[in-house]
Write a protein that binds this ligand. Structure first.
Ligand SMILES: C[S@@+](CC[C@H](N)C(=O)[O-])C[C@H]1O[C@@H](n2cnc3c(N)ncnc32)[C@H](O)[C@@H]1O
Length: 269
């Protein structure tokens, strides 16, 4: 595959922004071509302009989904930014002591599932889910990561950040021909509804209201316009007194949102 010309790159960039809100920088040609070349090989398409035409002419919209799957960065891990889960434990204990028995959570960019499973493990350590009405909505734009999340199977390297006691309690260790995998138990899986949702297209269809929303490490890919609309939607869908967690590298400073800061990366309605 030869290089990508400027015009084709810019048309890809505009299309990706329009469909996902992901703002690729002007010097990201190498990133774009590295990410789409595997898909192009699978389709036996040799040049970038032909692939762009293929995406644009696909009336089913499926190829746009494939393109966004290839573009999005899905890096995640169990108990990533662990202080959020300590904070969650603290708040939940308080709410449970006050008698609250219905909880709604949302993992807004759930990637391959590590974040939503961490949320339900954290919850289950505070109160037995069978004693209350608890649900987690886990959404992502990428169908590929959603499928992986729904499967709920992780290799040994991925589960290393899970405390051993929780790993034994919530995962089954399975031996397969390609190695050992850890499979999330049904009791956790059944608390989660996985759905495809594009965070750049507002308003969102769900009703909420949520007790806590985790929208972590995804706003970094958006420009301020998309971020602002997204934050307004999250604000609308949270209960009064509900919390928003964003990634440690993210901040709502300058976003003119109505959230109040609890501590860096944690906000309250
Ligand atoms: C870096 S991962 C973050 C995963 C997790 N929240 C965490 O902090 O570990 C970013 C995720 O955002 C998703 N994403 C990117 N653009 C999106 C959009 N417009 N709507 C919904 N999800 C999006 C990607 O598919 C990817 O799974």
């Amino acid at each position: 595959m030869s290089g990508i010309d400027r015009k084709t790159f810019e048309r890809f960039r505009d299309l990706i922004y329009e469909k996902s809100g992901i703002a690729l920088g002007s010097k990201k040609e190498a990133l774009l071509t590295a990410r789409i070349s595997k898909r192009m090989r699978a389709l036996q398409i040799e040049d970038y302009k032909s692939y762009l035409d293929y995406v644009l002419n696909d009336a089913t919209g499926n190829e746009v989904v494939q393109l966004l799957d290839a573009i999005s960065t899905n890096v995640t891990s169990f108990f990533r930014e662990a202080d959020h889960f300590d904070f969650m434990t603290e708040i939940l204990q308080k709410r449970v002591n006050e008698g609250q028995r219905k909880f709604r959570f949302w993992s807004a960019a759930s990637s391959t599932g590590e974040e939503p499973y961490t949320i339900v493990m954290t919850f289950s350590e505070v109160i037995d889910p069978s004693l209350c009405d608890v649900r987690l909505l886990a959404t992502d734009i990428s169908t590929r990561v959603l499928e992986k999340a729904m499967r709920g199977e992780y290799d040994e390297e991925k589960v290393q950040t899970i405390p051993t006691a929780l790993l034994h309690k919530y995962f089954d260790r399975i031996h397969t021909p390609s190695g050992t995998v850890y499979r999330v138990r049904q009791e956790l899986k059944r608390l989660i509804a996985f759905r495809r949702l594009n965070l750049s297209v507002t308003p969102f269809p769900m009703r909420g209201p949520f007790d806590m929303v985790f929208c972590r490490n995804v706003m970094i890919y958006f420009d301020n316009d998309v971020r602002r609309k997204l934050l307004n939607e999250i604000y609308r869908l949270l209960k009064p007194g509900g919390y928003l967690m964003v990634g440690h590298a993210e901040s709502l400073t300058g976003m003119m949102s109505e959230f109040k800061t609890v501590r860096p990366s944690i906000y309250v309605k």
